[in-house]
Write a new protein. Sequence first.
Length: 317
Amino acid sequence: MAYSLPANAAIFTTMPDAPNPLAVFDRRALRRHRERAASRSGFGFLFEDAAEQLLDRLDDIRRVFPIALDLGCRDGFLTRRLAARHGVERIIAADLAPRFLARTEGVRLAADPELLPFAPESFDLVVSALALHWVNDLPGTLLQLRRALRPDGLLLVSLLGGETLTELRAALMEAELAAEGGVSPRVSPFALLRDLGGLLQRAGFALPVVDSHVVTATYPDALALMRDLRGMGESNAVAERRRSFSRRATIARAAALYAERFAGGDGRIPATFEILTLTAWAPHAAQPQPVRPGSGKTRLAEALGAAERPAGEKVPR
């Protein structure tokens, strides 16, 4: 189903009534977490860093993008920055949490990134900062975004990668195993850099590029880190998570292990966040095309000024 987009309106879509038994993430829990985060301030440093990375990449592209989608807009930081750019005429700000949309101006849409209500070829640009690591079907979401882009439209997405919170994951796992004799999912699974280029190609994107950068934040202790994750709306929403409250002894043991293993000389603990940035284009005939294998007319050895030898032949010393 596709919606028209009036100039100044908020359109609210519905969540699925029945939970998906195969889902990795609990979408209703995720929405509650984001709604809670929207009522707080002072926890946006990671999101703003990721948004700045996307804007830097946009600076390198000499194109205008009249109609853009900011998917997972949170409080509108990236939306406002895009609105100030030359050539951007209209931005649709979309988020899972209506409370975040209340902090954003312009055309707003409450929508789950897994069920995007856009007609084909609606946008010249789609940006998304740290939202898509929570989708259950990332290939499906990427496919929806490719269809929503006009030919030669640009996708700029960042999401948390597999090196994120490795310290917290290790401390919680060891503490829970020691205190309770087993482990439950406490930190979300994240995408790996090596997989994302293939996912973009499977979704039909052209010219995909994926890169990584690491942000390391420091905290006085593990409890402060957990409070920050809660304030960001990034606390545990894994569908198979333990639903009861964590034992105090388990959390205390995890905090002690974290400090013991990872604290610096000043006593503060580091928290690693790997941000993966995806750049890709909706296909268009004018884009550079890969050449057919074997169609080259110059041998590599000639270009390098080197002697060519049969495979397996040893190089004389």
